[in-house]
Design a protein around this ligand. Sequence first.
Ligand code: AHR
Length: 334
Amino acid sequence: MRKMRTQSAPWRAAAVLASVLLVGGVAACGNSDTGGGGSKDDGKITMGFSQVGAESGWRTANTTSIKEAAAAAGVELKFDDAQQKQENQIKAIRNYIQQKVDVIAFSPVVESGWDTVLKEAKDADIPVILTDRSVDSADKSLYKTFLGSDFVKEGRLAGEWLVEQKKTASGPVNIVELQGNTGAAPANDRKKGFAEAIAANPNLKVIASQPGDFTRAGGKQVMEQFLKANPKIDVLFAHNDDMGLGALEAITAAGKVPGKDITIITVDAVKDGMQALADGKFNFIAECSPLLGPQLMDLAKKVHAGEQVAPRIETEETTFTQAQAKEALPNRKY
Ligand code: AHR
């Protein structure tokens, strides 16, 4: 018996060690399949982000902000560029659901048509954050929060500036409008805000309004058509800087002086737009900030931890005249 007891001691130690290793191993496997949405339990949050595309300077700055902020916050970012197509965004979101990321964030290319895929994310228990642009879903429980600008306000600020500039105009002021891509929140809302503001002066008339898809090429092409069809254009309202910059080429090619013969108002205030404003080619810009990355990462950590967040978080923005652009330009980061 004694002999047996002395022989069993090492066996017992080995058995204890094996069971410790086994339990530890099982625990580690279990954590890799759970950990808030099934990602590795290395303390890192995994975010699946579907970006609209790379259509403008604003978008490039927004993508940089998100990537840099994710790296700084220790968030593992899975990034997809949807090339301005809703079907690509839906596909990317479904992939993120399959991969069991911790949080899904996206900037919806258009406002409508998201309910089904958002419901799929909700059923999979993956929180969704809308960033930059919102959706028109009636069911607000499909996403946790919307972080971004007030696009109606941006359009209104642009319109109010024009009303002030033209308050002494005795005859009609002909305005052409370059819209963003059809169905996008900033296109719908900026159009609405601008129209509401200029209604204060019946002399101010939008004589043509077409989508230029937020791109320089689109802005140039549509402005060429506007110039051919309308001998008297007094004002251009472009829904972003890039379309305004494209339109500059068309205006100059038509023998007109941008900023003088045609008053140009845009939205965004990216570096190239601010340069055009400082150079006197643009007349006014309503700012739209693309620097959403740090706030987005902060929100992702909060929703992942199950904290309540405000359903709407609005970005702080300003406006720029030519003199203000000259002053701000040297410190403009994007
Ligand atoms: O959603 C933000 C808008 O999208 C920006 O104003 C525009 O430049 C971008 O493409």
